[in-house]
Design a protein around this ligand. Structure first.
Ligand code: VG1
Ligand code: CO
Length: 543
């Protein structure tokens, strides 16, 4: 089999963001764009000869073409084996599961998560290391540096692999194994949760809807929830994955998952509702007319972890990203376990989980997970909630009310201003930075500012340092306003404002978060001059 060395040149802008390299499909379709990045990965991750690579994606437009290119490049670069999901599909948590189970060298995951899909929308690629988790910053920076120096990439001349047939194929000296995309993941879930108890719950007078949003979770959810756990057919809605996600925006939040939200807030609403995102790593949890914030969801999971068989002996510790609310911190304190605060992005949890320091992790952006894999995991979170509901036999709302009585309530909201002019977005953050000293001691929204800084993190395991991870305005009563620019978008900039205040008084726990945080929202606008700099007076998305 002939290995071709294709001459190429560096292409600007291939620095991975919060979660891999994301760009418009049209950008990925440019000659050599994908190949340059993949070769750069192969060049910096170490000796890959004789190793196994896991490969799969969320099924979005361009997934299949990308997979064929990567298989041919893996063969030319000396991999012994590629494990690829049937049809080129692997959800992000399933890819992490497969990398770990088969002790692969690493994996390439093709996804732009919840970003819209289709010829005019987004594509993405991410490298995960042998622990199954996203490559840490040192690796992504090395990949980026390589993209700026690349002069050639290697690819074999071969026919495409039949991705739809499970089986083993050869490409020169390399084996390509097309695997069932769902089986390994489903088996892992079965080993974690009390499937009998969940089956019992679903057989009761308990109604449940899961929205796969025409993205990758469809086949996983149908197999696990309907086939294995006996949920009635039709429990999974929008379960057929589509290359353009049905034209939707599979981001499981109150804005984009409106079909599910309408069902859960409608007449005769079901007891439980959940959704996942484009690549299956996010989750949204709803009760009857009730929304659980992701930060609270993490806290409830931590507080109830021993109800789940895999965690029945307790959890080692918890971690949350910095902008995530401190609700889980209070549970950790009560349990006497450590709680770590990391920068945004799942790549920062891997070292803590590998070292056995934390069992559960979460982010405010609808991401929760545990050390069963090294990615956040949407369906796992849904099963976790079903397991809790099966044991406690209470409504979602009553579980939260009870939690707040015990721990107090962290009112929390994130306001996103999407597709803002990049220069204006930078100005907004800089304007707050310029006031770091003068804000200190001032009273805003009835609270005294204690400290303002740019969040920096030193990984307690490997000592690596990450700076500029969000502008923080911290108040003496524990309230916070945080400003951050998104690292996953593909056009303009997205400003995220994260707002949090803590309320012990149970008589105030029923307040709507937007009402409870209204003065904090005003203060955020005032100190950042966001409306003036961006010309926006309302966020694009509120979660
Ligand atoms: C966003 C979220 C972050 C998450 C990341 C990847 O990043 O805020 O918490 O880890 O997406 O999730 P950013 O930089 O846009 O804020 V996913 O499901 O999009 O892979
Ligand atoms: Co995702």
């Amino acid at each position: 089999m002939r290995i071709k060395s294709m001459p190429t040149q560096p292409i600007a802008g291939q620095r991975p963001g919060t979660s891999g390299l994301r760009a418009k499909v049209k950008v990925f379709q440019q000659p050599h764009y994908l190949a340059n990045f993949v070769q750069s990965v192969f060049d910096v991750i170490g000796d890959i000869s004789g190793q196994t690579l896991v490969l799969g994606g969320d099924g979005r437009y361009f997934n299949r073409e990308a997979i064929q290119i990567i298989i041919k490049m893996a063969a030319a670069n000396g991999f012994a084996k590629v494990l690829v999901g049937q049809g080129g599909i692997l959800s992000t948590p399933a890819a992490s599961c497969v990398i770990r189970k088969y002790q692969a060298f690493g994996g390439l995951i093709l996804s732009a998560s919840h970003n819209p899909a289709g010829p005019d929308a987004d594509f993405g690629i991410k490298y995960n290391i042998g622990n199954g988790g996203p490559a840490p910053e040192q690796v992504t920076e090395a990949i980026f540096k390589r993209t700026t120096e690349i002069t050639a990439y290697k690819i074999v001349e071969a026919d495409d692999i039949h991705l739809d047939e499970i089986g083993q194929f050869s490409m020169g000296d390399m084996q390509v194994q097309v695997i069932d995309a769902v089986a390994d993941y489903a088996a892992l879930m079965q080993g974690i949760f009390d499937f009998d108890a969940i089956r019992g719950l679903l057989a009761q007078d308990f109604s449940f809807v899961f929205d796969a949003m025409h993205a990758v979770t469809g086949p996983y959810a149908t197999t696990i929830l309907e086939d294995m756990l006996g949920a009635p057919k039709g429990t999974v809605i929008n379960g057929e994955p589509k290359e353009d996600f049905g034209g939707g925006h599979p981001d499981p939040n109150l804005t984009y998952a409106h079909e599910l939200v309408d069902i859960l807030y409608g007449d005769d609403a079901p007891d439980f509702g959940a959704a996942s995102d484009g690549d299956g790593d996010r989750n949204m949890i709803l009760g009857n007319h009730f929304f659980v914030t992701p930060s609270d969801s993490l806290a409830v999971m931590a507080a109830n972890a021993t109800l789940v068989p895999a965690y029945q002996d307790g959890i080692a510790g918890v971690a949350r990203s910095m902008p995530t609310s401190g609700a889980v911190d209070r549970v950790a304190e009560a349990l006497g376990i450590d709680c770590y605060e990391t920068p945004t992005g799942w790549k920062f949890f891997g070292s803590l989980m590998d070292a056995g320091k934390v069992t559960l992790c979460g982010e405010e952006s609808f991401g929760t997970g545990s050390d069963h894999v090294r990615e956040k995991d949407g369906l796992w979170a849904v099963l976790f909630w079903l397991n809790i509901l099966a044991v406690r036999q209470e409504s979602v709302e009553s579980i939260l009310a009870d939690h707040w009585v015990k721990y107090g309530r962290n009112f929390y909201s994130r306001h996103d201003y999407e597709a803002v002019d990049s220069a204006a977005a930078t100005q907004v953050l800089q304007h707050v930075r310029d006031q770091f000293e003068s804000l200190k001691g001032q009273t805003l929204a009835g609270r005294v500012v204690k400290l303002c800084d740019d969040f920096a993190y030193t990984d307690p395991i490997d000592g690596s340092i990450s700076t500029n991870q969000g502008v923080r305005v911290l108040f003496e009563d524990g309230s916070r306003i945080i400003f951050r620019l998104s690292g996953t978008g593909t056009s303009g900039a997205t400003i995220r404002i994260y707002l949090e205040s803590y309320e012990q008084d149970t008589t105030k726990h029923d307040l709507d978060a937007q009402v409870a945080l209204a003065d904090m929202i005003d203060a955020a606008h005032q100190i950042s001059k966001l409306p003036e700099f961006t010309g926006r007076d309302k966020p694009t998305v509120i979660t």
